[in-house]
Write a protein that binds this ligand. Structure first.
Ligand SMILES: Cc1cc2nc3c(=O)[nH]c(=O)nc-3n(C[C@H](O)[C@H](O)[C@H](O)COP(=O)(O)O)c2cc1C
Length: 321
């Protein structure tokens, strides 16, 4: 896979989201667009240990190509082995390194946004991944630890020098977490100087916000939270329509059933996974129906149901035409 070519065909990119962009969810996303889909973040140390949970993130890649596997981890020495295992398990189309995640679990590995204050290791990681694979890879960053410590231009230089093929930029700082203004000026600055594609990210949930990011001159736009609420957003935006109201209630019902079908296929006869997916489908049914009438009441009723039959009964009652 070639990032520049893919982005020319499909400007929109589906973001990595832990706990969300699981193999079945990626399959669902694929029904709405042909662009690049990222896996949820996968620990390089977990892969090395042969952790079943880490390996599971790599399942079904063949069903959502082009699919990029996102790694996290703060030790460059682990990346070559992680690539070897990923290739053996799934043959990804490309890779990404998480260099922007602000959550503790990731920071304590020295990975994610911790690398924005350790550019020496950041460079070693990019270098190691370049040596480990001929496939294209991106790195995903934030602008810096906080507004007094922007490092995005330095990171772009490292990325280009060390052979990364694209730079994904969540245009906020680590300190901002998930709120506060998206820094469009920084994206425009990067787009004007970069030799590799810049993929802009932050708050895209409508035609207007997409246009705002397009105007910065970036090569692609990555969507996360809005794709968790409305996976159909990719299709809606590409047709020049708003995601809100794009699907009817019964369309949303069918979609939830479709996603649950993919989940059950993925779970096979593993009872633990089946229970896990039942809990997850409840969550998704709430996300997808957010903003619809009486959704708060539905939420309470749905959560009381602890078996499939009752839950889908309530869901049908709520979303049926
Ligand atoms: C539930 C959730 C999980 C996320 N998991 C990851 C992850 O695994 N790797 C990553 O690089 N970013 C992760 N992110 C960050 C998103 O990819 C994205 O950069 C951020 O949410 C901003 O985009 P948005 O405004 O479109 O949501 C996650 C975000 C959310 C909400």
């Amino acid at each position: 896979m070639n990032f520049a070519e893919e982005l020319k065909k499909n400007f929109l990119v589906s973001a990595p989201m832990a706990g969300i962009t699981s193999p079945p969810y990626r399959k669902l996303l694929r029904t709405f667009f042909d662009g690049i889909i990222y896996t949820e973040m996968t620990s390089v140390e977990g892969l090395k240990r042969g952790s079943p949970a880490s390996l599971e993130f790599l399942d079904m890649i063949g069903e959502c190509r082009p699919c990029v596997v996102q790694f996290f981890g703060g030790n460059h020495k682990s990346y070559a082995e992680a690539v070897r295992i990923a290739e053996e398990h799934a043959v990804p189309d490309g890779y990404d390194i998480n260099m922007g995640c602000p959550v503790k679990k990731v920071l304590k590995t020295g990975g994610g946004a911790a690398l924005l204050t350790n550019l020496a290791e950041l460079k070693e990681i990019v270098r190691s991944l370049r040596r480990a694979t001929e496939k294209e890879f991106s790195i995903k960053i934030r602008l810096g630890a906080d507004e007094k410590n922007f490092v995005y231009k330095e990171v772009l230089k490292i990325a280009e020098r060390e052979g990364a093929n694209a730079l994904v930029v969540h245009a906020r700082t680590k300190r901002q977490m998930f709120t506060g203004d998206v820094n469009y000026e920084a994206l425009a600055e990067l787009a004007s100087i970069a030799k590799i594609p810049i993929i802009g990210n932050g708050n895209i949930d409508s035609l207007e916000s997409l246009e705002r990011i397009r105007q910065t001159g970036v090569s692609g736009a990555m969507i996360a939270r809005a794709a968790m609420r409305s996976p159909w957003i990719f299709k809606a935006l590409s047709e020049g329509r708003e995601p809100l109201g794009y699907l009817t209630k019964s369309g949303i019902y069918s979609l939830i059933r479709e996603l649950y079908g993919y989940m059950l296929t993925h779970a096979g006869d593993n009872e633990r996974k089946k229970t896990h997916y039942f809990n997850i489908i409840k969550k998704f049914s709430l996300y997808f129906s957010k903003g619809l009438q009486n959704s708060a009441e539905f939420r309470v009723r749905a959560y009381q149901k602890d078996n499939e039959k009752d839950f889908f009964g309530i869901l049908k009652e709520y979303l049926g035409d």
